[in-house]
Design a protein around this ligand. Structure first.
Ligand SMILES: NC(=O)c1ccc[n+]([C@@H]2O[C@H](COP(=O)([O-])OP(=O)(O)OC[C@H]3O[C@@H](n4cnc5c(N)ncnc54)[C@H](O)[C@@H]3O)[C@@H](O)[C@H]2O)c1
Length: 326
């Protein structure tokens, strides 16, 4: 079986993709320093504990495992943190990605999947296509855009072939609850809204009610992590067929506002979401919605699990399991 080396495979999106890869004919090896990942979510292949910035360790891992492709998820991924500690984002997301590209070049591994983000685009009203200008408004988005740029330059110079996948908002959990989101560092909006319904005494804060959107709260395009995993599988297939470096926006094309999310949590759970309004967060655009037409046309990708109620149902079930575990 071909091997895929997965950086960041102990994290949220990476672990779901490891499961999909392992279920679909790939040997999976995870490379992660566990700084924000979880040993018990490493379930679909062996873990090599190592840092992205350690190019020698990466070269050793690549030489020993001889992967056909690398799937690169390892990164820090919090917009707010990136504004206050930009050095972390340039060190890990930019220098770390350069370290990986160097290790791949020096060991002759020529296929790459890269987790990029809608945060590379900045502020746009209309659904975002791949050709929409990328003007990030925070260091996280900038760090991901640098990653994309380096990948394109390595593709041109060294024949690397890569698929850049720009997720809008990853959400939900594995249907069998073998993995899920466990981001205690900077909990995202759906886990917070769920807490607001599940935990007495916790109030869900909605940041900003004066955005220029249908109900004044921020609109985002939530895509189920299982659908993201399917896109990664298809992207591996794309590279396996010898196709060139390409970028795809992964979203549903339909956004949900934060208020709509909170209402969906109430509908799914039958419980009230304790909520209050707070100020806008720095660097938060009003609306970010993908136009996923290119991924459908070229990869045959169509989100099948991303209706908001299914997203909340799986995230709720995972949160309940996590509570029972604690
Ligand atoms: N979650 C989202 O909504 C979202 C949206 C767009 C893009 N992304 C991108 O997807 C990728 C995965 O995001 P996630 O939400 O799963 O994050 P996560 O924090 O759950 O996972 C990141 C993983 O990378 C590992 N890691 C971090 N720094 C490392 C280093 N220096 N060396 C080795 N391993 C390191 C962490 O331990 C963790 O396991 C990231 O690249 C992120 O930028 C995520």
């Amino acid at each position: 079986m071909p091997t895929v080396l997965v950086t960041g495979g102990a994290g949220y999106v990476g672990s779901h993709c490891c499961k999909a890869f392992a279920r679909n004919g790939w040997d999976v090896v995870i490379y992660d320093n566990l700084s924000r990942g979880w040993r018990d979510l490493v379930r679909w292949g062996p873990l090599i504990e190592g840092d992205l910035n350690d190019t020698e360790a990466l070269k050793r891992a690549l030489s020993e495992t001889k992967p056909q492709a690398v799937a690169h998820f390892a990164a820090f991924a919090s917009v707010g943190e990136s504004i206050h500690k930009p050095e972390l984002y340039y060190h890990i997301n930019v220098a770390g990605t350069l370290s990986l590209l160097e290790a791949m070049r020096l060991t002759g591994v020529g296929q790459l999947l890269f987790s990029s983000s809608c945060a590379t685009f900045g502020i746009h009203d209309a659904p975002i296509v791949e050709a929409t200008p990328q003007n990030p408004i925070n260091p996280y988005g900038a760090s991901k855009l640098f990653g994309e740029r380096m990948i394109r330059d390595f593709s041109a110079a060294y024949g690397l072939r890569a698929v850049i996948l720009r997720y809008f908002n990853a959400a939900g959990a594995d249907a069998e609850l073998e993995t899920g989101e466990r981001n205690f560092h900077d909990p995202r909006v759906i886990p917070q809204a769920i807490r607001g319904a599940m935990e007495g005494g916790f109030t869900f804060t909605i940041n900003g009610r004066d955005f220029d959107t249908r109900d004044g709260t921020a609109v985002r395009d939530y895509v189920h992590v299982t659908d993201l995993a399917d896109a990664h599988l298809r992207a591996l297939g794309w590279l396996g067929q010898g196709k060139p470096t390409e970028a795809f926006n992964l979203g549903t094309g339909a956004g949900a506002s934060i208020l709509e999310l909170a209402n969906a949590v109430e509908k799914v759970s039958g419980r009230k979401v304790e909520r209050k309004f707070g100020p806008r967060r720095e660097g938060d655009p009003p609306s970010l919605v993908a136009n996923p037409e290119k991924a459908e046309r070229l990869l045959g990708w169509k989100p099948a699990h991303s209706d908001i109620e299914n997203i909340i149902r799986t995230a709720w079930a995972w949160a309940e399991q996590e509570r029972a575990r604690a």
